[in-house]
Each structure stands twice: as structure tokens, then as C-alpha cells.
Design a protein around this ligand. Structure first.
Ligand code: MN
Length: 247
């Protein structure tokens, strides 16, 4: 959910009260808040693109900050400017990159706020399973009836330990990738790179792990496939040196 915007009234309320009201109540209050139509992160990305194209650098910097709060990573901001440099002008890119450096600093992308990664809720820090994860993950139950569905969010570099979803019949797990970039790997297999829209079918009894790329947030829905005697058996963490070789 977008924070209530007060920048208009704070900065311009005395000079241009109607403009301030329209900015805070209509632009942010009514348009930006239509998250069911377009997520905050997506709205930030198109706004960054528009301001870059127009050469509006002070506004661009403000919207890089807003975008960061909406889950746009530093790498994504760099990628937006890299692509648009061809359409909007090379010198504009030279002017925009220092703004990204100012807003994001040298921090890992993990410092961005993941709340706006997708239309699904982020949920709470995944403390119950933290012992089986490296790095910070978040868990949001979307459905706890009929078929259990969870939204799982991994910060950059976060992944779960090797594990097996057991069942005496049926069972297993499905992942539906919705945001960022991640990895899935089954034992003795090469890791598979994951992007939004990818679906992973994990049979019961197969040892595997899933998680984020080292430089990107990652979010997937996890669906518990109905089965008999379902339980998850946790194994060793993913070897760090091996994980680091994944791009
Ligand atoms: Mn799994």
C-alpha cells in the first residue's frame, strides 16, 4: 500500500495549495493507489522512464527514491537507463547514472524495500523456517484452506536449504514465479534460472532448493500439492561457493 503522500502540501502548500492538493490527494491518493491495475513497482518504473525521457533530473532523483521504496532494485534502475539511452539520448544516461549512485549508494540491492515487488502481500519475516534458510525470507499465507498457497519472498542471496517434500501418494510442490530473478535446482541437475511467469513442478521425494539470485530479490508462490502423509525433510545448506557461481 502506498504511503499517504504529503510532499505537495509540505513543499508547495503555502504557494500553490490547489496543486498540492491535486498532487497528494488525486495523483498519489487516487491514481498511484490503484495497485490492482498496476503495482507500485511497475508505476515507479514507468514514471522513472518518463522522467528520464523528459530530462527531468531533480524529479527523476525523487522518483528513484520512491522506486527504491517500491522494490525497484539498483540493477533494475541501471537496466532501465541502459535500454532507454538508445531511445532517449546517450548524454541523458550519463546524467542519470550518478543519480542512481546517489540514491542507492554502493549498497547491495537488498537494501530496497520489498513491499512493492508484486500485487501479493509480502507477509512477515519467515522466522518459523529461518533455520532452514540462508538470508532473509518473508512468508505471506494467501490461502490456508482447500489448497494451501503461500507467497515467499527472498532477499538477494537468500535461498532455502536442500529439502524434500515427502508424501506416500500425491504431494510435492509447485512454484509460480511472480517477481525478480531466482534459481531452482534438483539434486544432480543443473540449476534452472527463474523469471516471473515460470512454473516449477516439484515431485514428491525429489531433493531440491529454491531461492533468489545473488543480486536480485525473488518472489514465488508456493503451492502445496495435495497428497497423503505430506511432510518436508530439511537437509544441508546450499554450498556457498557453488551458489556464488550462479550468475
Ligand atoms: Mn521446496
Amino acid at each position: 500500500m502506498a504511503k499517504k503522500q504529503t510532499a505537495g502540501r509540505t513543499l508547495l502548500g503555502d504557494l500553490a495549495p490547489k496543486f498540492a492538493e491535486l498532487n497528494d490527494d488525486v495523483l498519489f491518493g487516487e491514481v498511484w493507489s490503484r495497485e490492482a491495475q498496476l503495482s507500485l513497482r511497475d508505476r515507479s518504473m514507468v514514471t522513472i522512464a518518463a522522467l528520464f525521457s523528459a530530462g527531468q533530473y531533480p524529479q527523476l532523483k525523487s522518483h528513484l527514491e520512491i522506486g527504491r521504496a517500491h522494490g525497484v532494485t539498483r540493477q533494475e534502475a541501471v537496466e532501465i537507463i541502459t535500454q532507454l539511452a538508445f531511445y532517449c539520448g546517450w548524454p541523458k544516461a550519463w546524467s542519470a547514472f550518478p543519480l542512481i549512485r546517489e540514491v542507492y549508494g554502493e549498497e547491495a540491492d537488498g537494501a530496497a524495500d520489498p513491499a512493492g515487488l508484486s500485487a501479493f502481500p509480502l507477509g512477515e519475516k519467515n522466522d518459523a523456517f529461518a533455520q532452514y534458510f540462508i538470508g532473509q525470507s518473508y512468508l505471506a499465507p494467501l490461502s490456508t484452506r482447500q489448497i494451501p498457497v503461500y507467497n515467499v519472498t527472498f532477499e538477494p542471496g537468500c535461498r532455502n536449504n536442500w529439502h524434500v517434500h515427502h508424501a506416500s501418494s500425491g504431494g510435492g510442490q509447485m512454484l509460480i514465479c511472480i517477481s525478480g530473478r531466482g534459481w531452482y535446482q534438483e539434486q544432480e541437475q543443473a540449476a534452472r534460472e527463474l523469471h516471473p511467469g515460470d512454473v516449477v513442478n516439484i515431485p514428491a521425494g525429489v531433493k531440491h532448493w529454491h531461492g533468489a539470485a545473488k543480486d536480485s530479490w525473488f518472489q514465488h508462490l508456493a503451492i502445496e500439492v495435495p497428497g497423503k502423509d505430506g511432510r518436508t525433510e530439511w537437509h544441508e545448506p546450499v554450498d556457498d561457493a557453488q551458489y556464488r557461481t550462479l550468475k
